[in-house]
Structures are given as C-alpha cells and as structure tokens.
Design a protein around this ligand. Structure first.
Ligand code: SAH
Ligand code: MG
Length: 214
C-alpha cells in the first residue's frame, strides 16, 4: 500500500504551508468549544482542499448541509467571488445563532445565508440545477437523501462533496451494526452506482468523497 502515515509534524507542515485557517477561524473553534458545542468542524486541510476545488470549477453558488457554527461555510465562502452565494442549512437554532454571529465577524453576511430547519424539508423547496457545488456534512442517516437532492440541484460539471465518508476508520467493516456507519456505507455505494456521477474518496481527515456531476 502506497501511503504516508499522517504524523502531528506532517499535519502541522501541511497546515502552515498551505494555510486555510486564520486567527478568526481559530477563535471561532475555541469559542464553540467553550460554549460546549461539539468540535466536529472540518479539518483545516479539508478547508484548503474545498477552496481549491471551488475555485477550480469557478463556483459562484454553493449549498452546504450542516452549518454548526459556520467554520466550513466561512472557509468555502472565502473562495467565492464577491457576488457569490452560499446557502447553509442547519436544524439546530442554537448552532445557527452562533453561525450568524461568526459569519458577521468574518464580514461574509452578504454571501452566506443560514437557513434553519431539517435539510430534508428545506431541500424539497429548492428547484433547478442552481448550485455549482454541494457540501454534505450533517446527520449521516440523511446522506443518501441529500445525495438525491444534490444530483438534482447541482449543474453539470459541478461538485458534490461529502464529509466523514471513511466513517472514523470503520467504513470497510462489513459486520458492523452501527446505523451511522451503515448509512455512510450505503452512501458510498450509492455514489459508486450513480450513472450521473464520477466519484472518488480522498483519505483526508475522516475521509471526503468528491463527485463530479456528469
Ligand atoms: N460543516 C460544519 C460541521 C457540521 S456538524 C463545519 O465543518 O464547520 C453537523 C451539523 O448538522 C450540526 O450542527 C447539526 O445540528 C446539523 N444537522 C444534523 N441533522 C440535520 C438535519 N437533518 N438538517 C440540517 N442540519 C442538521
Ligand atoms: Mg463532518
């Protein structure tokens, strides 16, 4: 297997050589932790990858499913043009409140809209292939449903990206009875089988699938 194990030193090297996390984003994470919110934001190097991908496809409009306190939304919005738009969906009112404060602190409230509600419900009300990219990072049980909507909502040549698709290292465990891991296995299987997607799984952080809409 051709593979360089990621050490603390290598991770530090990657994040300082190609930085995506600035002092504001660090503070946002610290404040979220102090407030007792879960530390389940994307990793900084994932932010760097998302930014490069969004710029590569000339993204102007992005949909995010799962806001938390806005860490990944802020990272992605920074790779959009000044008239760009990022819609992020969050079911937890408390998380959304934090996110709005953070987005204002990042001076991105003209680009990012936080919409509160279950993504399953909100997605139904959106029509047309109006997004250049979707980032899926909410409840794992919803991933396959979010995928169906994403295929509908992303333009041809756009991207559908999903986080945690290595399932904390357990994705290859075929004997698992953990519904969260099973949901991610189902999701990856659906990606592979989808005739309108060309996908890969990047072993970054907890794993991230990247699919291009054919
Ligand atoms: N993308 C964020 C992390 C998201 S954590 C970042 O990297 O910074 C997952 C978020 O999804 C949580 O805030 C959780 O409240 C939200 N969530 C869970 N189920 C949801 C649902 N059905 N619809 C919308 N949001 C949901
Ligand atoms: Mg995640």
């Amino acid at each position: 297997m051709k593979h360089v194990p990621l050490t603390e030193a290598l991770h530090q090297y990657i994040c300082t050589t190609f930085p995506a996390e600035d002092a504001l984003l660090q503070r946002i994470k610290q404040e979220a932790e102090q407030a007792g919110l879960p530390a389940i934001h994307i990793a900084p190097e994932q932010g760097a990858l998302l930014q490069v991908l969004l710029r590569a496809i000339g993204a102007r409009r992005v949909l995010e499913i799962g806001t938390l306190v806005g860490y990944s939304a802020i990272m992605m919005a920074r790779a959009l043009p000044p008239d760009g738009y990022l819609l992020t969906l969050e079911s937890d009112e408390h998380h959304a409140d934090y996110a709005r404060v953070n987005i204002r602190a990042a001076s991105l409230d003209h680009i990012i809209e936080v919409r509160v509600g279950r993504a399953q419900d909100i997605l139904h009300s959106i029509s047309g292939a109006v997004f250049d990219a979707v980032f899926i990072d909410a409840d794992k049980a919803g991933y396959t449903t979010y995928l169906e909507h994403s295929v509908r909502l992303v333009r041809v040549g756009g991207l559908i990206i999903a986080d945690n698709t290595l399932a904390w290292g357990k994705i290859a465990d075929t004997t698992t009875d953990d519904p969260t891991i099973q949901a991610l296995q189902q999701f990856n299987k659906a990606l592979k089988a989808h005739p309108m997607l060309h996908s890969c799984l990047v072993p970054i952080a907890e794993g991230m699938t990247i699919s291009v809409r054919l």
